[in-house]
Design a protein around this ligand. Sequence first.
Ligand SMILES: Cc1ncc(COP(=O)(O)O)c(C=O)c1O
Length: 435
Amino acid sequence: MQTRRQFFGSMSVPAVSAVTVAYLNPTMIERALAAVTELSQYTGSTEAIAADEAIWFEVSQAFTVDRSIVNLNNGGVSPSPAIVQQAMKRHLDYSNTCPPYAMWRVLEPQREAVRERLARQFGCEPEEIALTRNASEGMQICQFGIDLKPGDEVLTTTQDYPRMLDTFKQRQRREGIVLKQFAAPVISEDPSQIVSLFQQNITPRTRVILMCHMINLTGQILPVRAVVAMARERGIPVIVDGAHALAHFDFKLSDLDCDYYATSLHKWLFAPHGTGLLYVRRDKIHDLWPMMAAPEAGDNNIRKYEEIGTHPAANYLAIAEALTFHQGIGPKRKEARLIYLRDYWANRLLAHDRVRLHTSLKPGFACGIATVQIDGVDSVEMNNWLWNEYRILTTAIMHDDLEGLRVSPSVYTTIEELDRFCDAIEHVIKNGLPA
Ligand SMILES: Cc1ncc(COP(=O)(O)O)c(C=O)c1O
């Protein structure tokens, strides 16, 4: 089995830390609403909107971000717009008036509306959606919830997320299952290549496939529907890690035709931190165990995955505002803008010989995330230097299959911020990093 080194950057903290305290005043909320209202009324083509800085300036004003930092790690976790923060605060304040009444009796039942709206937006039944704390929780419900016997094999790639690999490695140590990984290509513009790789690595002992919808190291989008179809013919369930995909680019869960899909909502939906979604196809719920025990009477009920003990209502209810914001921007427009921003910085840097991109720029194979490497420059050192010198935040990727800087702007990122990033990288290309 391959050893994996993945480094997400050990960065020094600046001597004087500039902590911006976001103060949610009514003006911010009004601007946030104005931004999405304006965008939803705009009738230009998706491409024209993607390039219209005036519109995206308005959208950016919905956020309360620290502009002394160029945050190009929105793939890790996103800031929420002011209206989402405000809703969460409102629900939290109310919860604290009398938690057993306000939080449990009044607010908790309202999560059913959130479930219903998420299902409507992402194309499935409300009874197939559980609200989780993050993608890790949803994924682990699937990974631990499928019965496996010693010797049963789980097939995945070398580029799946470390925590999800660790989950099966723990089952390997504890229960004697076998985790098999193959090296996914770095950049694949041929969906059938991915399907064949999975197919070739299936053995008579393969019981489960784990795959990413979007690989976190490079932003590569994988052909979930085709892999699921191939695996279904062989009776093998596929657990799909959609942590980076949902609300990033435009698709419906029904497009994928999969049985198990988990995602974070605090990444690309801009929902409160500590929110996620788990989709389990209706007829698969009965046989998928919850991670925390639930009564037998709920065996067929998606809510069995939400039996986690006392938890805040505020985070989950404020998903509703994030969803409205997402709908106000428009999923297609958001996708187009994220691609526009990626192409802006990537094409500028690709003009230099020593720049290598580990992400396809062709339609359908990636979206707002891309990973760049400068030949001859250590990516971890460059990541640290960008932070220490310029307060530019990227993610250093050090992996057996590739290394580079993962760059993930968001809808509030300005062109000026991308220029500052490109200027800094061009400085490194010309002068190297200081010794
Ligand atoms: C592919 C992938 N899966 C799972 C996760 C875990 O997400 P979370 O921290 O929201 O649980 C991440 C986080 O970045 C990820 O990139």
